[in-house]
Design a protein around this ligand. Structure first.
Ligand code: PEP
Ligand code: CO
Length: 460
């Protein structure tokens, strides 16, 4: 797929306006960190990014579904084997529910192992009455509410690289070393989830899956030999925001000669940095990973055409994912013109719904939160808009955690406004907890099944 312009290089984005980049106070330290990153081994391999692109091509064609999920911002402090394992359990559970409910393959993609940098609407924030630089993620500075912690420190990019490497190492061990084996489907149900209505509903599916496996074994199928039953692929992704970091991890693939950003399998460009003539689009146009772009309610049909032409001129299925975040009340009106623009340009797109980022509000007591009902309603509107335009509703993009947090309102357990302070632990945006995530997976599986029954669009 040699689409890279001959003038492109990992540094050529520097000629364009680059928004949301930290202004490192110490240029010598910044250069030293960039050099360290350039010398590090890649975190992921080009061949893996190509396999993910092939799986996403199946989604683009309506033959698979994408589950992209994880933290809003990963933390340097809350970093342990347990927290990674609990997140993985929820992803595996949600994928089992979605696969069983829809009978389609589910591509599993974490917002993990690199999701450390945040764009912020305002450069400063008020914390306890003091004005501080807004928190922009642990790869840039500390989150403590004092001026010293908020100084930008480029050495944190190297720390972020090492944490990503350890996270990936554990993910690979869990997903290839037996934990993700389909015969362990019961073990992914956490104790505090198992006794809930959604936990019991999950147990019922887990039993059905076990029965199906026993049935196949009884028919003489050698389950031991079937690799797909014992291992899964969980790919990594993050917002490709901090271009010093992304440039530092970009390598030329020795097999194809193409450039890949080896910091993650998939990278996405955020709503605030997606200008077609900006530095982020210029950078990601030249690497061959699957790329995503967030689209908010102000995105126009012309934006979609420009982004498709800039990022996927070769119209390669699976290369480009457009992640829409419109808001529950607006998606059915704002999405159809965008779907039509891609169709008219004959651009293969993986359409994904992020029902989180346009449904946020602040409570009177000052917590940023989201309602489960709004999240579900945006996904319903997304399915309706896609199906009415003959597009495949290809996936969901969620912020969640495996812990029992109280950050989003609602769900079957009904987190109420005055419960938010019980366990509000996020570094940035509010996340669904494990029960709310599982509950949502059941609802999305129902939507997928209804879409199938209506004759959802599948390309040949
Ligand atoms: C995010 O995904 O955390 C984010 C900042 O999203 P967006 O670019 O859609 O606002
Ligand atoms: Co977020």
């Amino acid at each position: 797929m040699a689409t890279t312009q001959p003038t492109w290089s990992p540094a050529s984005w520097r000629e364009r306006p680059a928004l949301h980049q930290p202004d490192w106070p110490d240029p010598v330290a910044a250069e030293a960190a960039r050099e360290r990153l350039t010398a590090m081994p890649p975190l992921v391999f080009a061949g893996e990014a190509r396999r993910l692109r092939e799986s996403l091509a199946q989604v683009a064609a309506g033959r698979a579904f994408l589950l992209q999920a994880g933290d809003c911002a990963e933390s340097f402090n809350d970093f342990s084997a347990v927290s990674i394992r609990e997140k993985l359990k929820v992803i595996l559970q949600m994928a089992a529910v979605l696969t069983y409910g829809s009978m389609l393959p589910v591509v599993k993609l974490g917002r993990i192992a690199g999701q450390f940098v945040k764009p912020r609407s305002s450069p400063t924030e008020l914390v306890d009455g003091i004005e501080l630089p807004s928190f922009r993620g642990h790869m840039v500075h500390g989150d403590q509410p004092n001026a010293a912690a908020r100084v930008f420190d480029p050495a944190r990019m190297v720390q972020g690289y090492h944490q990503s490497a350890s996270t990936l190492n554990l993910l690979r061990a869990f997903t290839k070393g037996g934990f993700a084996d389909l015969t362990k489907v019961h073990l992914w149900n956490q104790e505090f989830v198992a006794s809930s209505p959604e936990g019991r509903r999950y147990e019922a599916i887990a039993l059905e899956i076990e029965r199906a496996l026993r049935f196949m074994a009884a028919c003489g199928i050698d389950l031991e030999a079937e690799r797909n039953l014992h291992e899964v692929d969980v790919w990594t992704s993050h917002e490709g925001l901090l271009l010093d970091y992304e440039q530092g991890l970009t390598r030329r693939d020795s097999l194809t000669g193409d450039w890949y950003d080896c910091s993650a399998h998939m990278l996405w460009i955020g709503e605030r940095t997606r200008a077609a003539d900006g530095a982020h689009v210029a950078f990601f146009a030249g690497v061959h990973n699957p790329i995503g772009v967030k689209l908010g309610p102000a995105a126009s049909a012309a934006d979609v055409t420009a982004l498709c032409e800039a990022l996927n001129p070769g119209r390669i299925p699976g290369r480009l994912t457009l992640i829409t975040r419109m808001g529950a009340g607006r998606v059915e009106e704002t999405l159809p013109p965008l779907l039509r623009a891609a169709r008219q340009g004959e651009h293969p797109v993986v359409w994904v719904c992020d029902p989180m980022h346009a449904n946020m509000f602040k409570t009177e007591s000052g917590y940023k939160t989201r309602r489960f009902e709004d999240i579900l309603s945006e996904i319903q509107g997304f399915f309706a808009a896609c199906l009415s335009e003959g597009a495949w509703p290809g996936g969901v993009h969620l912020e969640f955690t495996g812990e029992h947090v109280t950050e989003c309102l609602g769900g079957s357990e009904e987190v109420l406004e005055d419960h938010l302070d019980r366990n509000y632990a996020t570094l940035c945006d509010p996340r669904l907890n494990a029960r709310q995530s599982l509950d949502l997976a059941f609802r999305v599986a129902e939507l997928m099944r209804a879409a199938e029954e209506r004759g959802a669009p599948h390309l040949p």
